[in-house]
Ligand binder design. Structure first.
Ligand SMILES: Cc1cc2nc3c(=O)[nH]c(=O)nc-3n(C[C@H](O)[C@H](O)[C@H](O)COP(=O)(O)OP(=O)(O)OC[C@H]3O[C@@H](n4cnc5c(N)ncnc54)[C@H](O)[C@@H]3O)c2cc1C
Length: 449
């Protein structure tokens, strides 16, 4: 549908990460042109970028994220698979080891994932975006300021050569990861900044890329979780294109990170089970080890503000940054873009569709963020070092989780429901529907008997 006359001449998107690219695709049918301003030079091939240092670590795209991207960019999943992404069936191909119930059954829950490096996920997406005739990705253009005006904004940016310029935009999507342009605008206007919910996790990643060669296992993904009362160290192996594996040790709370492969193997050996150690001890990482530390997950509650400057939309990490160990950030970013696209269709006939789009997005995005946020934060508070305010009814939710995993092991129907919720395909409430709730409670009672 061509809605450009309704919505305006131009949308500007700040940042060409997963959030910015997917938002640009979602908006392309509603504006005459969409310009993405990206501060970095963007590589022509599949390569890591300095501006997204996390891209050297595993990036799991959940099933609903893949679905959202495929619906905005038809053929995205096929292109990703053609580029070498590895198909993984949940849970048939996933060895998911928990401290309470052991490894989850390897049942086919009818959900398919595609595992690839973040550079490949982003590169494939960027190709889809630049193929849209009215979308331009302008690299080496760092946004310095958004200047408000009554019906449009001036987005000021600086090129790598230090040249300053500005573009007028009817809509500005801030997908800069940190949200500095929007926060700066609020400060200039003297308007209130959003409240923040922050959870201190001090999560550290140490990652190696391995070539397993002919070594083969009956899983594609291997996760070993710790018992949080005793240890804060988890391990993960996940495939990526080119017949390689990411192997990552993550740790909740400040710790010394393994600096050599020998230290890495020593930590792997101390995980709750020897599965990861056994899979990697004969291998060597050709590229060495990479580290990443993230101090806190943080939800900036823009959606609670009484007012936002007209036509400004913070999205993805700028709005809510999740603890990466739960693999939710890209998927939520893609789902936000899909929400934007769905709202465009609904508000196209409004007298002021920009205002209607902004109001509808800000009123609906909270519900989209709440379930993944709660799932992550509830799991984080099992670690004694986690900082911040515990969620309400935390003990109750821990007990529910304990019963849930016993039920997942025993009951294929519950495992399927859990898989759908974990992949953000279904709302968390699915686990509270009477039939599923009853099946979970049976296992809670069995344990207490
Ligand atoms: C270690 C780690 C592991 C992770 N693992 C996963 C995972 O398994 N699964 C998952 O779904 N998510 C994962 N994430 C989260 C994921 O990386 C992000 O949530 C996701 O990329 C969405 O981010 P974004 O687009 O908002 O920001 P980013 O990806 O950070 O992109 C922001 C872009 O904006 C550009 N930019 C910034 N400022 C400006 C400016 N002023 N002007 C112009 N351009 C600017 C940057 O250069 C960058 O290109 C992980 C994160 C980390 C840290």
């Amino acid at each position: 549908m061509n809605m450009s006359r309704h919505f305006g001449q131009r949308a500007v998107v700040i940042g060409a990460g997963i959030g910015g690219l997917s938002a640009a695709g979602a908006l392309s049918s509603a504006f005459k042109e969409v310009i993405i301003l990206e501060r970095e030079a963007l590589p022509a091939s599949v390569m890591s970028r300095a501006g997204v240092p996390q891209d050297r670590h595993p990036h799991l795209l959940l099933a609903s994220g893949l679905q959202a991207l495929d619906s905005i960019f038809p053929g995205y999943a096929r292109d990703l698979a053609d580029a070498g992404a590895v198909p993984v069936n949940a849970f048939k191909d996933i060895q998911y080891e928990r401290p309470d119930v052991g490894a989850l059954p390897r049942r086919d829950c009818s959900t398919s994932l595609l595992c690839a490096s973040r550079p490949l996920i982003e590169h494939t997406l960027r190709r889809k975006v630049v193929a849209i005739a009215n979308v331009t990705v302008q690299s080496q253009s760092r946004v310095t300021e958004i200047v408000p005006a009554p019906t449009w904004s001036l987005v000021k940016f600086e090129t790598d050569a230090g040249v300053g310029a500005g573009i007028e935009a009817d809509l500005v999507v801030d997908a800069s990861g940190r949200g500095a342009p929007t926060l700066g605008l609020l400060d200039v206007l003297g308007w209130e900044r959003p409240q923040e919910t922050a959870v201190g996790v001090d999560i550290s990643y140490t990652t190696a890329v391995l070539r397993p060669g002919r070594t083969s296992f009956n899983w594609q993904i291997l996760v070993t979780l710790p018992d949080p009362a005793i240890s804060a160290t988890a391990g993960l192996i996940v495939p990526l294109e080119g017949g390689r594996w990411f192997v990552t040790i993550s740790h909740h709370g400040a710790t010394d990170r393994p600096k050599t492969w020998e230290e890495f193997l020593a930590v792997a050996r101390q995980l709750k089970t020897p599965a990861i150690y056994n899979a990697i001890y004969k291998l060597l990482p050709p590229g060495g080890l990479r580290h990443f530390v993230l101090d806190e997950s943080r939800w900036r509650h823009f959606e609670r503000l009484k007012r936002l400057p007209r036509g400004i939309l913070p999205v993805a990490d700028a709005l809510c940054r999740f603890n990466p160990v739960y693999g939710q950030g890209m998927t939520v970013a893609a789902r936000e873009a899909k929400l934007l696209r769905d709202i465009l269709d609904r508000v196209a006939g409004e007298a002021d569709p920009i205002e209607a789009l902004q109001a509808a997005f800000m009123s609906e995005v909270g519900a989209l963020l709440q379930a993944p946020w709660n799932m992550g934060v509830n799991a984080d508070f099992a670690y004694p070092t986690t900082r911040g305010e515990r969620p309400e009814r935390y003990e109750e939710s821990r007990q529910f989780e304990a019963a849930l995993f016993r039920a997942v092991v025993a009951d294929p129907v519950v495992q399927r429901a859990f898989s759908d919720v974990l992949q953000l395909m279904e709302p968390f409430e699915l686990l509270n529907e009477p039939d599923i709730r009853r099946r979970i409670e049976v296992h809670s009672l069995a344990q207490n008997a």
